[in-house]
Design a binder for this molecule. Structure first.
Ligand code: ZN
Length: 293
């Protein structure tokens, strides 16, 4: 157990102010549905539309081309008939898949803003980016429009096959492709666990990208809350992870928190924390991509 002077929320708020000027949603309010490219203050603004982000956030202003040439497959864990890890907290039922999905969408939007191509593999057309603390569970998620099977193996095979089919076409078009899987862990209640990362055994690029994100989290915590410490690890999962091992592009699986630990939970239930994690991940991915070019 660590003692913390400040909560992650406080850190996240000051981080958000630094990383994300303006609140979420306000920055693309000049986008119009008709125009893909328009003039704003005599500067050319390009926007793209992603309805999965929800009505208010579906217009994405492309702010830079830092990630031009990079393609990401973003995959939130579980979904459809499988909520993943579940915990009761304050009278609410928390489902892993909903929180993982929200962070995944936030990451997708940040990467798009920097010019990346993003393929959102698990989708829920009814849930955009949500600000609530308690995200309502649903079974509406699909694998890019196809129903998700209940059977565990079939479910993992479905998303792996989808990614590999996309990769077969994308690999000649992009210089850098990564699959990122986002989960929330379930350990015993007392276990407080930092954001940690898995890569496939012999994947140099998977390890490199996982380490880039880990190091970014460490730097952010050190900067915003030096006393906290950060023990997030990068490793090969001892039992092996089907999706990480079988997807053809280099991949990273991220565990955000332990859903059964009350302190850890704050990292996923507070909207600002979900956004801060997405911001840190995207900043790390920019660094990783630029170092690779
Ligand atoms: Zn999971």
């Amino acid at each position: 157990m660590r003692k913390t002077g400040r909560t992650l929320l406080q850190i996240a708020i000051c981080t958000l102010a630094a990383l994300f000027p303006g609140n979420l949603g306000a920055h693309n309010s000049n986008a119009t549905p008709e125009a893909q490219t328009q003039k704003k203050n005599s500067k050319k603004i390009t926007t793209r539309t992603e309805p999965l982000f929800g009505e208010k956030l579906k217009k994405v202003e492309i702010k830079s081309n830092k990630l031009k040439g990079a393609c990401f497959y973003l995959v939130s864990g579980h979904g459809g008939p499988d909520p993943g890890a579940v915990n009761k907290y304050n009278g609410h039922e928390l489902h892993e898949d909903e929180y993982a999905y929200d962070v995944t969408l936030r990451l997708a939007r940040r990467l798009m803003e920097e010019g990346a191509e993003v393929r959102i593999i698990i989708q829920d057309k009814n849930d955009g980016i949500r600000n609530a603390t308690y995200l309502k569970g649903s079974k509406g998620e699909t694998c890019m429009g196809t129903a998700i099977p209940l059977n565990h193996q079939a479910r993992l095979r479905q998303r792996t096959n989808k990614i590999n089919a996309l990769y077969a076409k994308d690999k000649n078009r992009f210089k850098y492709i990564r699959a990122i899987f986002i989960h929330v862990d379930s350990r015993s209640t007392g276990t407080n666990i930092d954001v940690h990362f898995y890569h496939a055994k012999n994947s140099k690029n998977g390890k490199r990208t996982a380490t880039a994100i880990r190091d970014m989290f460490e730097a952010k915590y050190r900067k915003h809350n030096p006393k906290r410490g950060y023990n997030g690890t990068v490793s090969v999962h001892p039992k092996g992870l089907y999706v990480v091992n079988r997807t053809h592009p280099a991949s990273v699986l991220i565990e955000l928190a332990n859903i059964r630990n009350n302190r850890d939970l704050k990292r996923i239930i507070l909207e600002d924390n979900r956004q801060a994690m997405a911001n840190w991940m995207s900043e790390a991915l920019i660094k990783d991509y630029q170092g690779k070019k």
